[in-house]
Design a binder for this molecule. Sequence first.
Ligand code: SF4
Length: 328
Amino acid sequence: MYTFEEDKLITELNQKKPKRVLLQLPEGIKREGLRISNLIREKTLTEVILSGEPLWGACDVAVNEAKTLGCEMIIIYGHAKFVNSDFPILYLEARYESDITKIVKKSLPKLESFKKIALATSVQHIHQIPQVTKLIEETGLEVIVPEAKGNAFYDGQVLGCEYSSFKLIADKVDAVVIVANKFHALGVAMSINKPVILVDPFNEEIHNMDEFKDKIIRQRFAAIEKAKQAKKIGIIIGTKLGQKFGSFEFVKEKLKKINKEYVMISMSEITNDKLINLYDIEAFVELACPRIAIDAAGMFDKPLLTAREFAVLCGDLEWNDLLEKGFL
Ligand code: SF4
């Protein structure tokens, strides 16, 4: 189903000759760990340690883990380049090679009411963009592929937290088609005010994201309103290399101005179990991955806001502006 850029992996390792590397794989392809480790051992002089920790995104580079283990390089699979670091990182992609034309064709009747759409996909399908574009254009629709901006490496690439390219073209299209999963489609839906149609090749599903978006927006409104009542607020500073969204200095100064007590908390994985122990804190602002607050709201007992949502709490932004400008 996937290709793993194995030639590039072996060539890079034989050229750079690191003594030991840390291999990071997303959960969906962790089962490839043994095979890729064996391949590295057979074809190079490099020792490999497979990280058993989760790899949630391209941001999740385990530099500290690699240094602790004496590794000279990190190999991250399943993502395009995202983080700039002095530590050597080799990003390798896992491209999905199965035929997706059937599910794309099935989605075409859902696009009939539009004249012009934007088309984007996750990095696993990025090479399939020309094929999908052609299928959609054959119905008479005009297709725009958003140019790579910010942390996106490819034109037409959708990430979980980078939507600047979608904001730039939002006024020019009637809808956005996302060939990926619900996570990516929701991100686009929460960023711009356009219908988002998800074409999910793995689950063979097609969804209009409007209803799901409305549900999340209601949850976000409730979380912000509850957080406004809090007198004691925790500012969670993420320790992952690529997860820096907002400034804790800024949040701290704003909280002082609105007379809220605060504590700054460092955290790698943000979970409800960890937050429960901070029992006197009534609400949290997280400056790590914004999708933790937005997507996992139901998993937290106390309100957990993103940096953008905090702007509403402290009065810098109106709720309607947040709706207009997007949550991400
Ligand atoms: S910050 Fe969150 S959404 Fe962005 S790449 Fe990392 S895990 Fe994905």
